[in-house]
Design a binder for this molecule. Structure first.
Ligand code: PHE
Length: 339
């Protein structure tokens, strides 16, 4: 009799597995658990005719199997439950829950500086220009009056790519590209990345950003340069900023100057950022060398102009009191989220 019960169990399992609708499950229920003619009931009815030692164990097993099949049938029915109530409650969504917080991103501090400086020069009617980061030696050196034996051309100052191509080491390349395309008057700034194989430390990175400036017209003088740069420094750092023009040398400007601003961190008293001097160099500038005008076909007797180049990282570090350039490139949100 136990064998018969385990046959029934397997058969019921198979039948239920094959059932494809609630109706089929109901038919199976009647077949196995029905009062009249149900397979299990037939067994129970036959118990009195069994040898006495088998009666109680068969009764127990039959009841266990009855309950088991009953449970399987209910489970199987649950899988077909498509009533309106079921479809309403299944994907639960609690409208009273607070919304998921998605933090807003924002522009990188260097991009913010570039945008701010673009805004300052736009007010002075300067155009915004861009040039390629992979450059030809001609634009990075030759056209800028940089002689063949100039140290900035050495391998350890420039990333060469072969075939006279290089990663530009300065944005002055854009001066040439713009003057080749346009006739004076020219007023432009050119923001962008530059590359130098410097050893990375707190103030140097092998890639950094510059903003180039160029103004060319008849009668542009050094006092225009001084005026524009003073206006820029006061707009960017504040009215009480002090500037210092130091004589310097660049092959593409004559005369040339390096421009320092009073250290905004220590207010000129001396600190680690300004090497205790109270001044920080932020700009190179000068009057465009006549040889540069010759290279682009401008008449140096007719036109004069000034050019300048400034370091974006340095300007940002000074404004916010950042003492390590590497912080800009590490993507650490603890740093970036402060801007
Ligand atoms: N190109 C120079 C540099 O990278 C800066 C500069 C630009 C100087 C324009 C004078 C005029 O150091």
């Amino acid at each position: 009799m136990q064998e018969r019960l385990s046959e029934i169990k397997n058969q019921a399992k198979d039948d239920l597995a094959k059932a494809g609708s609630i109706e089929e499950v109901e038919t199976i229920k009647t077949r196995y658990l029905g009062r009249k003619g149900g397979v299990i009931n037939e067994i129970i009815k036959a118990i009195p005719s069994l040898p006495s030692e088998q009666r109680s164990s068969t009764g127990k097993s039959a009841n266990i199997l009855k309950n088991e099949i009953g449970r399987w049938i209910e489970e199987k029915k649950g899988g077909f439950d498509t009533s309106a109530e079921a479809s309403l409650t299944l994907p639960s969504f609690d409208v009273s829950q607070p919304g998921e917080h998605k933090p807003y991103g924002h522009k990188h501090p260097l991009t913010q500086t570039i945008d701010e400086i673009k805004g300052i020069f736009k007010k002075l009617c300067f155009d915004i220009e861009y040039g390629p980061e992979v450059e030809h030696e001609y634009y990075n050196f030759d056209a800028l009056n940089i002689p063949a034996d100039h140290p900035s051309r050495e391998d350890f100052d420039t990333f060469y790519l072969g075939n006279k191509r290089l990663l530009r080491s300065q944005t002055s390349t854009v001066q040439i590209r713009v003057m080749e395309k346009k006739k004076p008057p020219i007023r432009m700034i050119a923001p962008g990345k530059v590359f130098r194989p410097d050893t990375v430390d707190a103030r140097h990175a092998s890639m950094f950003h510059q903003i180039e400036g160029l103004m060319v017209d008849e009668g542009v003088s050094f006092s225009d340069l001084k005026y524009v740069l003073t206006l820029f420094a006061q707009s960017y750092f504040g009215q009480d900023i002090k500037m210092r023009f130091r004589p310097s040398f660049f092959p593409f400007t004559e005369p040339s100057a390096e421009i320092d601003i009073s250290c905004s961190l220590c207010k000129g008293k001396g600190c680690s950022v300004c090497s205790q001097s109270g001044w920080v160099e932020v700009l190179g500038a000068g009057m465009v060398d006549p040889n540069v005008f010759n290279a682009v076909g401008y008449d140096p007797e007719k036109y004069t102009g000034f050019a300048f180049g400034m370091g974006v990282e340095r300007l940002t570090m000074l404004k916010y009191g950042i003492d390590n350039i590497r912080l800009f490139f590490e993507n650490d949100l603890r740093f970036l989220s402060q801007f």
